[in-house]
Design a protein around this ligand. Structure first.
Ligand code: C6P
Length: 439
């Protein structure tokens, strides 16, 4: 998607502010002004340094205001009411669907299914497509860097259908070993499920190559864009993926709203998993027929307020420009990586910066990841520790947990330094005899 330099502070306008496509320190400060949550102390007197955007992004004021606007002015069920409020809310929701389509360059808004999040989107395809259409002898190709959301549903689908799950190996730098694709991707493969960007190593996967290879053997490809959609441009027609999913809450939007994109013929192949209102054409005591897409896969009351919030969030991102965001985050990533590598005992898991997004997962000798996260938290620095819903990957790492700092365009070089200084302090503390520890 092309960069459209515009104001982050006033995303509804088209006034160009970031004309160079690069954010200055002043631009970032102005952007930070849009995010009320970033300006607070935690634990009394520690300024918040939020480095957990891979778990969920923070929300700009315009998104928060949009939710208030919905509930104050036109909250009403969609596609039902023959009244002014219902009409307005329906227009808002369908407008948001069109914004999503534009954001990922889908050919039509009818190819956008609203779900509750990435997890539900994967499950819709795993249970409504793979479990129904695959059988013994068929294969699903996954790999060990996948988030559980893009692994467990395929395990379930394989179990239900008799298909086999295959794992494309990883390289020593935690990338997909595409040199072994021919061995693992055959005419038996019916689906390749892959993340656009790892939520742990930050690895950006070669979707162009994987899509071509999958299509060459007649397989469909499902892309988990939960991370990648937040950090760079997404174009579902280049590469020409079959399915793609992401969650609104990682893209500045509200929780409870997610996207399943599908090629029209691929979506048609999904059996509805949920029956109920809105998804039907006709209901008789004997049986029912289904509505056209996307309604067929959207049973029940839609998360309509959240769709309106997501629409505004995507406007905000588009006005900044996803290329600009990617560049800004790459600068933070390079800074963080080079700084953290100077700290003795720090091991970072992942490929070189040029091949990854702005996530740094690490271990620190002598300090458990959870202790590190706790000590950092006491200094105001919010990171995540654990297996990050990727137990097979951590098994490969040979550690039970890593500490993960994840960056967004609203983070600053100063915050990177605060992270590094807080880790150095934690290392110092853990060198002390147990009784004299404390921050
Ligand atoms: N990862 C993280 O801290 P949901 O929960 O449905 O919004 O997204 C699931 C999901 C799927 N794929 C990837 C690559 C993800 O990163 C996530 C969510 C969060 O890493 C929460 S575990």
């Amino acid at each position: 998607m092309a960069d459209s330099p515009a104001s982050g502070s006033a995303p509804a306008t088209s006034e160009p502010v970031f004309s160079s496509g690069k954010l200055s320190a002043e631009d970032v400060q102005r952007i930070r002004g849009d995010f009320p949550i970033l300006h607070q102390m935690v634990h009394g007197d520690q300024p918040l340094v939020y480095l957990d955007s891979a778990a969920t992004s923070q929300k700009p004021r315009v998104v928060i205001d949009k939710l208030v606007e919905v509930y104050e002015q036109y909250n009403s069920n969609v596609h039902r009411g023959i009244h002014a409020l219902g009409d307005r809310m329906t227009v808002e929701m369908e407008g948001a669907r069109e914004k999503v389509a534009r954001f990922i360059n889908a050919a039509s808004a009818e190819q956008i299914v609203f779900t509750s999040g990435t997890t539900m989107s994967v499950n819709l395809v795993a249970h409504g497509w793979a479990a129904q259409r695959l059988g013994p002898g068929d294969e699903i190709l996954v790999n060990e860097m996948e988030h559980h959301a893009n692994l467990v549903p395929w395990q379930m689908a394989a179990k239900a259908s008799g298909a086999t799950l295959k794992f494309l190996p990883l390289t020593p730098t935690w990338e997909l070993d595409v040199s072994r694709l021919e061995e693992f991707l055959t005419r038996r493969t019916k689906l390749v499920a892959v993340t656009g960007m790892s939520n742990v190593t930050g690895t950006i996967n070669p979707l162009e190559l994987l899509t071509r290879a999958a299509h060459d053997v007649g397989a469909r490809i499902f892309v988990d864009a939960a991370q990648s959609a937040a950090h760079g441009p997404v174009d579902v027609r280049s590469p020409d993926v079959d399915f793609l999913a992401f969650s609104g809450h990682k893209l500045l939007g509200p929780t409870g709203i997610g996207i399943l994109y599908g090629k029209a013929d691929a979506l048609e192949e999904i059996e509805p998993l949920f029956g109920g209102g809105h998804m039907i054409n006709e209901v008789t005591p004997e049986g029912s027929t289904w509505a056209a897409l996307p309604a067929r896969l959207e049973a029940g009351t839609a998360p309509f307020a959240q769709t309106a919030g997501l629409g505004v969030a995507l406007d905000y991102l588009s006005n900044l420009g996803m290329e600009t965001i990617a560049r800004q985050e790459q600068t933070l990533l390079e800074l963080a990586t080079s700084r953290l590598e100077t700290i003795p005992g720090v091991t970072i898991f992942g490929p070189p910066c040029a091949k990854k997004g702005a996530i740094v997962s690490m271990t620190v000798d002598g300090v458990h990841a959870h202790d590190l996260a706790d000590l950092l938290d006491r200094q105001g620095v919010a990171i995540r520790a654990g297996h990050h819903c990727t137990m097979p990957l951590h098994e490969r790492f040979g550690v039970a947990a890593t500490a993960r700092a994840s960056f967004a365009f609203y983070n600053t070089p100063e915050e990177v330094e605060q992270l590094a200084a807080a880790i150095e302090k934690a290392v110092e503390i853990f060198k002390r005899p147990r009784r004299s520890r404390g921050v």
